[in-house]
Design a protein around this ligand. Structure first.
Ligand code: AMP
Ligand code: MN
Ligand code: MN
Ligand code: MN
Length: 287
């Protein structure tokens, strides 16, 4: 298989197993139809869709890497770490992700209580209507409910007004530790990747701390071309990847045909000067 930096790899998206609206099977078909040449399903804190994604990809001749996107607490912020090419049956990552998902229901009940205080009733039950996996109720499901119930006109508005720090439906939560998330992925034979680094609003000092701690724990990759980055950030994080000797990754972060700006496989390719994460994962590609 050709593993050049310009490969149309899409190594970040979400299914109904987390906060996407399509099944693993529909995503596989959509990726193939969109010209994706190497795919990964990276549900939040979940690998319950991996076997389905892998089987669906194999059936249509789409090369596949296992994936997940782990929620991590770092420097009072939430950082996402994508894992690629790990053994999805390795007991340590299975247990670690189960623990990471563990507090989501209690958090969701607290979010609903906060929303009730500003007059939005029934948000827990409302959000649950959109949940495909009862273990993984997320802010996205609340956002879908608030839009459908007419409280906001779109999902970004819900996050701005209700679901971000300091807003009525925001509940601080303790996620996985950076060291643990990177360790689970790495010890299961995969590569850990910092997801959408441009999204965290870190100062340069904080970003340096994230990257150096991540690397000290064995992390090796960073997303450069993602649906969350501007074209200027594609350049900026290409430089960051080269500066730190990190492997570059690419992924749309597709969630839903109705909500996502960027479809599977439609982003620009990685710059040829980068070493892509898939070059290091050749022996982990299935199909
Ligand atoms: P949670 O893991 O429950 O905190 O939910 C986080 C998810 O909410 C992310 O994975 C995104 O899918 C979504 N999200 C976060 N911030 C925003 C935003 N500003 N606009 C739209 N979706 C967002
Ligand atoms: Mn999401
Ligand atoms: Mn993310
Ligand atoms: Mn994501």
């Amino acid at each position: 298989m050709n593993l050049a930096p310009t490969l149309n790899a899409d190594l970040h998206c979400h299914s109904v197993i987390s906060d996407g609206t399509l099944t693993p099977e529909s995503l596989a078909a959509r990726a193939k139809a969109g010209g994706v040449e190497l795919w990964s399903l990276t549900d939040h804190d979940e690998i319950g869709g991996q076997q389905r994604a892998m089987d669906a990809a194999r059936a249509i001749g789409l090369p596949y890497l296992t994936g997940t996107e782990i929620s991590v607490s770092f420097a009072n912020r939430v950082v996402h770490i994508v894992g690629l090419g790990f053994d999805h049956q390795a007991p340590e990552i299975v247990a670690g992700l189960r623990t990471t998902r563990g507090g989501r229901e209690a958090r969701a009940r607290e979010m609903a209580a906060g929303l009730a205080q500003v007059g939005i009733k029934g948000a827990f039950e409302g959000a649950l209507q959109y949940v495909g996996n009862p273990d993984l109720i997320s802010r996205t499901h609340f956002a879908r409910f608030l839009v459908e119930a007419g409280h906001c006109s779109d999902i970004p508005e819900v996050f701005r007004r209700f679901l971000t720090e300091g807003k009525p439906g925001f509940v601080p939560h303790k996620w996985a530790a950076l060291k643990d998330a990177v360790g689970w992925i790495t010890r299961a034979g995969g590569v850990a990747v910092i997801a959408h680094p441009g999204r965290y609003d870190f100062t340069p000092t904080e970003e340096y701390a994230l990257i150096t701690e991540f690397m000290a724990h064995g992390g090796r990759g960073i997303e450069v071309v993602t649906g969350s980055h501007t074209p200027a950030e594609f350049q900026q994080y290409a430089d960051t990847a080269l500066e730190f000797g990190l492997l570059a990754s690419r992924g749309s972060d597709f969630h839903s045909p109705n909500e996502s700006r960027i479809d599977l496989g439609t982003l620009p390719p990685l710059a040829a000067r980068l070493t892509p994460v898939w070059a290091e994962l050749a022996d982990r590609i299935v199909g």
